[in-house]
Design a protein around this ligand. Sequence first.
Ligand code: NAD
Ligand code: DAU
Length: 340
Amino acid sequence: MKTYIVTGGAGFIGGNFVHYMLKTHPNDKVVVLDSLTYAGNMETLASVADNPNFLFVKGDITDRDSVNALFQREKPDVVVNFAAESHVDRSIDNPGVFLHTNIIGTGVLMDACRKYGIERFHQVGTDEVYGDLPLDRPDLLFTEETPLHTSSPYSASKASADLLVLAYYRTYKLPVTISRCSNNYGPYHFPEKLIPLMIANALNDKPLPVYGKGENVRDWLYVLDHCKAIDKILQGGRVGEVYNIGGHNEMRNIDIVKLILKELNKPETLITYVTDRAGHDLRYAIDPTKIGDELGWQPETKFADGIKLTIDWYLNNREWWENIISGEYQSYYEKMYGGR
Ligand code: NAD
Ligand code: DAU
């Protein structure tokens, strides 16, 4: 039996990972450490709250004393760090908290790993650390050797964290791995991000704000496939290595928005083109050859199926997202989109 500390487990991908791990590793213990920022939601974990192998601890990854106390108490074998400020637009508005959580928090966790000893520290990274690719060169993909070249305070903070993780490997021999994944979608996705925002607005017959001309391209991966890839890396990945994870599923934003409207039987007149994001990355596309060859991971969920599953989830779990958009989210929305 192993003990996993999963930071950020009340967020989108961390929450899906907790459900996945408790189901596929029923003898292991999953301890979530999450400070419950605006993006953390206990409702996401409600269905596992009574599982004897699950423990939730409210705490901040930048708080050294409480992180150390948790490690001393739980003696984790593995730490998977999902905890982060994750939204690019918020990082443009207010970078400071991104540097604090994403960089300092990662350092605090790794110091605790060194102090108490662990089998593996896994850093959940992003393809945004590679910057962007041109729209007219479909032959170009991000590999693990692509130089880091960041655009936003968010991606710069995630790249800094990755460098720190690799430094702890080289200097202290901390057994680390890093994954860099493309855009995820699926259940429990906070409705500030493209896909859940468009689903929620369409269901409420509100305008769908598309940045610029909607021609930016992202490589979308169903969240469960990401969870499976991280599990593969934890079980068989080589320490000190970076693994890219991606869906081979590049799509333009505008095509995703139109698809969502079609699935929901809503008119395209809801689409509203708004001022572009500052420094907006044009295109992301991952080459996942390494994780495929070394660990046998492949994306399993086709986008056509994954988007239907996702829309169905939002239709069947209205309370989850309606609770979010009825609160503090209103002032966020007004600030971000009011004068756009
Ligand atoms: P999210 O914003 O939905 O969730 C983040 C979680 O971290 C929340 O539960 C929040 O409460 C918690 N958190 C934030 N600051 C904390 C702190 N200081 N201490 C403890 N907990 C804290 O994020 P997500 O979309 O699930 O992303 C998870 C990770 O995956 C992030 O590291 C992100 O960079 C990375 N990632 C995300 C995507 C994507 O498409 N969403 C793709 C690739 C990588
Ligand atoms: O690539 C991985 C990254 O994907 C993760 O590291 C980030 O945590 C995650 O948020 C995501 O970043 P993006 O910036 O790509 O995701 P977002 O959903 O914010 O935007 C996707 C695209 O849609 C992007 O080109 C901007 C555009 N967009 C977004 C919003 C919120 C719009 O056109 N309108 C919107 O209202």
